[in-house]
Design a binder for this molecule. Structure first.
Ligand code: IDC
Length: 666
């Protein structure tokens, strides 16, 4: 017995040695408090040296699905005690949508606070981009909404919340400008931080993309010197000859490596195949030397904080992840695997939290669709395959749309790189918006039983109708179903789909019409058009309450391109039960003014008389949304479509109208 106990104890001890370090319960902010600079290095409030480390995000504007609270939690579980939030100023970043970028930075501040890790807010100036010299981003050059404005906004937010975990990186990589220019910039921006968040640490970039940190050593900045860190950047395959500058600077001025990558300076490296999977080469021994420098092998024998480029899934050597929608210990690229060995040890890293599902970009799309806006079909929820969508993954007969081996969403469109929700297997492509940029998306190449889920914010209860953009150059039919909208957090559906019949939930599919074949009309918005669903009750959705709902669109069969949607409130809803919508807007069982069917119910044959037109296209659609009969008729016609028993929708399309009626075959 004693022997057994002993063996058990040995086994237990071994198990403990090999067990993944549990970072989940750590709260670094509580442990270290307000960070400060002491003896040229970052220290805790009580004066203990602290080495911050973790990932830098990629551009917040590009990889929206990578930046969720679950992602930050995973970084922490994998050993990061901080995250750097790279808010690009140009290239579609801050300048293109200031409120959205500021909101995202604040999200990060909240997520990191909740998780107990530090947050570096990076004003990501850069060339390419228009900000080689950061002075170009000062308020007087940017309509009073430049760097000072941004840092005031963030620091006053931090102050209002009483937070102490935010570090301000005043500019990313100055270049094409002198150290004096950078000093001028710093002197104007530092007060914007310190006036609200006194004592907060700040990071200033150094010349030539943060390679020439020696220039800061020769002439450091005096103002706020107790709170100012100097940054050095390092790309392992390109910058070995600059590393001595970092080693020399450490101990002389307070330094951080606010960005480094295991690849070339362009963020990339040659592709290679590792364990049968496409991957990238990285420069391991050079990266090792950087990290050893940061661990104390430097002039001051100091710990240097670092953030690695990057937490993202663009198909590029510096990306750590293969798929932000599916972050697991096995689904990493070489950069990610490398950094895990440094942060949490080889093979012992905790299993990450599954991505939480939720609205794309953290903000649900709004119903009703605001005037002039679109409900983007490509903004399906976060969470990846099986959670937010199901995609059959490619179509061998349609290689243009085939997903690449790393499962990039989107394909080369118009010869330009289409870089959107990479890593997610949904066949989304970009469409030139009317403005001539990729502002909208469409869904193509659907296969049977694919679906996508959307978290939506319903502003007002009521009956809603919807329209969709279709590409007239694609002919064919698209069918899909809107599942019952379920209110988030609720168990009972608080909304209903009225579908094609008057009976609740009776017919699950709505058929779309993409017939109008316009020859030679490419996928540009100029020739796309708003269409209404065929055979659907209109309005077709009822939301009994305002609030957050999820809607799932199911695609039961292949179909042509579908663009964005538009939800419009058709009638108000008050009270209980399931009343018919306002007279006139719904599909009635009786004949409408546009055409007459008789007999109805029928045992087979029907007659159709057109009211005001000489010619019309007739379609008969079954409960599955499939078109079972289609023809062109003149004024009146006898039709024997050989229909089996059941309920159908007959649609009659004339030059100016589309009308529909229910047909029962007995
Ligand atoms: C790069 C990205 C690349 C993107 C480019 C946009 O890796 O996909 O197209 O930005 O300008 C930096 C920058 C950082 C760069 C990175 C790699 O701070 O924004 O990201 N890099 O080039 N400095 C040195 C390298």
């Amino acid at each position: 017995m004693k022997k057994l106990l002993f063996l058990l104890m040995v086994a237990f001890a071994c198990f403990q040695v090999n067990a993944a370090e549990d970072f989940s319960s750590k709260n670094y902010i509580q442990q270290w408090g307000r960070l400060k600079i002491q003896n040229k290095q970052i220290c805790s409030e009580s004066g203990q040296p602290v080495q911050l480390k973790g990932w830098s995000t990629f551009g917040l504007q590009w990889q929206v699905s990578c930046y969720t609270k679950a992602a930050v939690e995973t970084m922490k579980l994998w050993g990061a005690n901080s995250v750097r939030v790279a808010m690009y100023v140009n290239e579609g970043g801050y300048v293109s949508d200031k409120p959205a970028r500021i909101a995202k930075v604040k999200d990060f501040i909240e997520w990191t606070k909740d998780l107990g890790i530090y947050c570096v807010v990076d004003w990501h100036t850069l060339t390419p981009g228009e900000s080689d010299n950061p002075n170009k981003t000062l308020d007087d050059r940017m309509g009073n909404q430049g760097a000072q404005y941004f840092f005031k906004e963030i620091s006053s937010y931090v102050k209002s919340k009483g937070y102490k975990h935010v570090i301000y990186e005043l500019c990313n990589e100055p270049n094409n400008c002198s150290w004096n220019d950078i000093k001028n910039y710093a002197s104007q921006v530092m007060p914007a931080v310190q006036n609200n968040d006194p004592g907060a640490l700040m990071i200033i970039g150094t010349p030539q993309w943060c390679q020439l940190i020696d220039q800061a050593v020769s002439s450091p900045i005096d103002q706020y010197k107790d709170y100012l860190l100097y940054s050095f950047h390092f790309y392992a395959c390109s910058h070995m000859n600059f590393l001595p500058k970092l080693q020399a600077a450490a101990g002389s001025i307070p330094v951080v490596v606010s960005e480094w990558g295991a690849v070339n300076f362009d963020g990339d490296q040659a592709e290679t195949t590792i364990d049968g999977k496409k991957d990238f080469q990285i420069c391991t021994s050079q990266s090792d030397q950087l990290l050893s420098t940061c661990d104390g092998n430097n002039n001051g024998n100091l710990k240097i904080s670092w953030w690695m480029w990057n937490w993202g899934d663009k198909w590029e050597g510096s990306s750590s992840l293969r798929d932000c929608g599916n972050v697991t210990n096995d689904n990493l690229l070489a950069s990610g695997r490398y950094i895990l060995t440094k942060l949490c040890g080889d093979g012992t890293c905790a299993t990450p939290v599954p991505s939480t599902d939720g609205a794309y970009g953290g903000t649900p799309q709004v119903i009703p669709t605001p005037t002039g806006e679109y409900f983007e079909i490509a903004y399906y929820d976060l969470g990846g395959e099986g959670v937010a969508y199901h995609d059959g993954n490619g179509d061998a007969e349609n290689p243009g749309f085939e997903l690449t081996t790393n499962c990039n969403a989107g394909y080369e469109y118009g010869g330009e790189e289409f870089n959107f929700r990479n890593g997610e297997c949904v066949d989304v492509s970009g469409c030139y918006g009317l403005s001539g940029t990729y502002t909208n998306y469409n869904l193509c190449n659907r296969e049977n039983d694919e679906w996508m889920k959307y978290t939506v914010e319903v502003k007002e209860p009521g009956y809603y109708s919807f329209e969709y953009m279709s590409n007239p150059s694609t002919s064919g039919t698209v069918s899909f179903s809107l599942e019952k909208p379920i209110k988030t957090g609720g168990t009972q559906p608080l909304g209903n789909c009225m579908y094609t019949s008057g009976t609740l939930d009776e017919i699950p599919y709505i058929t779309f019409d993409n017939y109008d074949d316009v020859e030679g009309c490419a996928a540009t918005w100029e020739c796309w058009e708003w269409d209404k669903p065929l055979g659907a009750k209109s309005p077709s959705l009822l939301f009994k309450e305002a609030g957050t709902f999820t809607i799932t669109m199911l695609f039961p069969e292949d179909g042509g391109d579908l663009g964005p949607f538009r939800f419009t409130k058709a009638a108000s809803y008050s009270g209980e039960g399931y009343p018919e919508p306002d007279a006139g807007v719904g599909l009635s069982d009786a004949a409408s003014a546009d055409f007459v069917i008789y007999p109805n119910p029928t045992t087979g044959e029907i007659n159709i008389d057109l009211a005001d037109a000489d010619e019309a296209e007739v379609n008969i659609i079954n409960m599955m949304g499939q078109i079972v009969y289609s023809s062109t008729i003149e004024s009146g016609a006898k039709i024997n479509a050989g229909l089996v028993k059941g309920t159908y929708i007959v649609t009659v399309k004339t030059a100016n109208s589309v009308a529909q009626q229910k047909l029962i075959v007995e």
